[in-house]
Design a protein around this ligand. Structure first.
Ligand code: KG4
Ligand code: ZN
Length: 337
């Protein structure tokens, strides 16, 4: 089964052809970074306009590189939610039009479930596992029972972890996108130069929830308060200390979820899953089998959309051509679509 997957939820215009849910025949990502860089953040209006200019060329390249003609596809999929509405609409409408033209099923995909599927493009992952979805828009710790069924255990109550990286990098002019810039800068820094505060541990049903606004404020506005005696406020030291605090917070909640559920397999996804400190820390922690997609598949891509769509199609499930997009999905419950 060959499926074309289109991803346009944010600033990457991406398309890929995947066979049988795991074999990547092509994977094209056209990044809009140069167009948003001067604003040091994604400008939704620019993003949707660029998607509409690029989508045809990106899809054509994905088909050419896969050596697959439209008529040889068994389905066309696109991200339907969550994301920037104008951007989502471009990919979704293109996919629906294409599916209609070739008379093949269309599948609208949930971006969160697609990120958690990404690791399966490289290795078979058995369910259940603890899913860690960390990106510019999401910070979710969940119990994944199947490719289309996750129970959200915890999420951020304010900023997403990637958003915090991006905001700190923006404030100090560390580079854009901020997460990768901080990760690179941190390599040469002392991660104990600043002792940033951890949010107080929440109890009961919120024991897996996270908060990043306090850490972001401490790193941006109250830096001097947290400087250790004798430490210098160099960019590398700020980056390393912020990164350690942000990731250690994430890990504290993740380890709770592992202990409480007894599930020792952790599968990560999303742009922040490329973070070297996160990868190193999880690998060093005994008793956990950590699965990380390669950095390319952590970030937004069409292959994860095509891959998960194959699984729906194998079950005979597809979406109607009247499917719309949603900016958000409710995170207080089980996600199945
Ligand atoms: O999954 P993604 O490509 O798009 C969203 O769905 O948001 O994730 C992008 C996020 C950005 O916030 C970016 O700064 C962050 O992932 N990111 C990183 C790293 N690489 C990308 N954050 C920390 N360390 C990295 N190495
Ligand atoms: Zn994403």
């Amino acid at each position: 089964m060959r499926v074309l997957g289109i991803e346009s939820s944010c600033d990457e215009c991406a398309a890929a052809v995947v066979e049988d849910g795991s074999r990547i025949l092509s994977d094209i990502v056209a990044t809009q970074i140069p167009f948003h860089e001067k604003y040091r953040g994604v400008v939704p209006e620019i993003a949707s306009r660029k998607h509409s200019e690029w989508i045809h060329g990106v899809v054509q390249r994905a088909l050419d590189e896969a050596g697959v003609g439209p008529a040889e596809l068994d389905g066309v999929a696109a991200t339907a939610k969550p994301g920037l509405v104008g951007s989502l609409l471009v990919g979704l409408c293109f996919a629906k039009g294409m599916a209609w033209a070739i008379d093949k099923p269309f599948v609208g995909v949930n971006h969160i479930l697609a990120h958690l599927y990404a690791s399966r493009l490289e290795a078979e992952t058995d369910y259940p596992f603890i899913g860690l979805l960390v990106s510019g828009g999401h910070t979710i710790i969940c119990k994944a029972e199947a490719f289309d069924s996750i129970e959200v255990l915890g999420t951020t109550i304010d900023d997403a972890v990637g958003e915090a990286f991006d905001k700190v990098a923006k404030h100090y002019g560390f580079g854009y996108p901020g997460g990768a810039a901080i990760d690179a800068l941190a390599q040469g820094g002392d991660d104990r130069a600043f002792a940033f505060p951890m949010p107080s541990l929440r109890k009961g049903e919120h024991r897996y929830d996270l908060s990043y606004s306090g850490l972001k404020t401490a790193a941006v506005r109250q830096l001097e308060l947290f400087r250790m005696p004798g430490a210098e406020a160099t960019p590398a030291n700020i980056a390393a200390s912020f990164q350690r605090a942000a990731i250690d917070l994430l890990l504290s909640r993740l380890y709770r979820a592992v202990e409480d559920t007894g599930l020792t397999r952790v599968v990560a996804g999303g742009g922040v899953a490329a973070n070297s400190y996160l990868r190193k820390s999880l690998a060093a922690r005994g008793g956990i089998q950590a699965v990380f997609p390669s950095p390319r598949l952590c970030a937004d891509n069409g292959a994860m959309v095509a891959g998960i769509a194959c699984k729906y199609l194998e079950r005979g499930e597809s979406s109607g051509l009247d499917l719309g997009v949603s900016a958000r999905v409710p995170l207080f419950r089980r996600l199945t679509k």
